[in-house]
Design a protein around this ligand. Structure first.
Ligand SMILES: [Zn+2]
Ligand SMILES: [Zn+2]
Ligand SMILES: [Zn+2]
Length: 175
């Protein structure tokens, strides 16, 4: 009997293991350490950072080089386990592994570099797909695209700053 209720949301780690198993990929210690490194990151990580974190987690039990890291990341991208985020091309763990065929938007905050994968309802997506099909004769397949902008917390900060500036602003001399 399983202890998981049907409300249990499988973790990134669990879904990775499942996907890797299904694709017949071997589960090496390096792959495991890389998965753990990506799991907690909220902003896209550069391969160099991933290499460092993976090495830290392996605690010298095994050595990995950047070639190995790139190879694993390529494979993980193909399997949809991680996504590359522009403009840095950094890697971010997929947070929607359970909903494979659904469209998603990667929102990227240009202020704090935080990226979030957001599930797009079909009724929101349909007009866009229709537009592309009818106006551009383009059939969209890959359902993950990126929008750059400012996240909620950075927008809040900007509002606070704008308010502070307006408070400090020297008053116009009366003529
Ligand atoms: Zn994803
Ligand atoms: Zn932000
Ligand atoms: Zn989703």
């Amino acid at each position: 009997m399983t202890t998981f209720s049907h409300h249990h949301h499988p973790s990134f780690q669990e879904l990775c293991l499942k996907t890797l198993k299904e694709s017949g990929a071997r589960l090496t210690r390096a792959r495991m350490a890389l998965i753990e490194s990506l799991e907690s990151a909220r902003e896209p990580l550069a391969p160099k950072e991933i290499l460092q974190k993976t090495q830290d987690r392996l605690k010298g039990q095994e050595t990995v080089d950047s070639v190995t890291i790139y190879r694993i990341l390529d494979r993980f991208c193909e399997l949809g386990l991680v996504h590359q985020v522009a403009p840095s091309g950094g890697y971010l763990a997929c947070t929607h592994l359970a909903c494979t065929e659904q469209p998603h938007i990667m929102t990227y905050c240009t202020q704090c570099r935080q990226a979030d994968e957001i599930h797009v309802p079909d009724e929101v997506m349909a007009p866009l797909l229709w537009f592309l099909r009818s106006q551009n004769k383009f059939e969209a397949k890959k359902h993950l695209f990126q929008l750059d902008g400012t996240c909620a917390s950075c927008r809040q900060d900007l509002r606070v700053k704008a308010f502070a500036t307006s408070e400090e602003a020297p008053t116009e001399p009366l003529s």
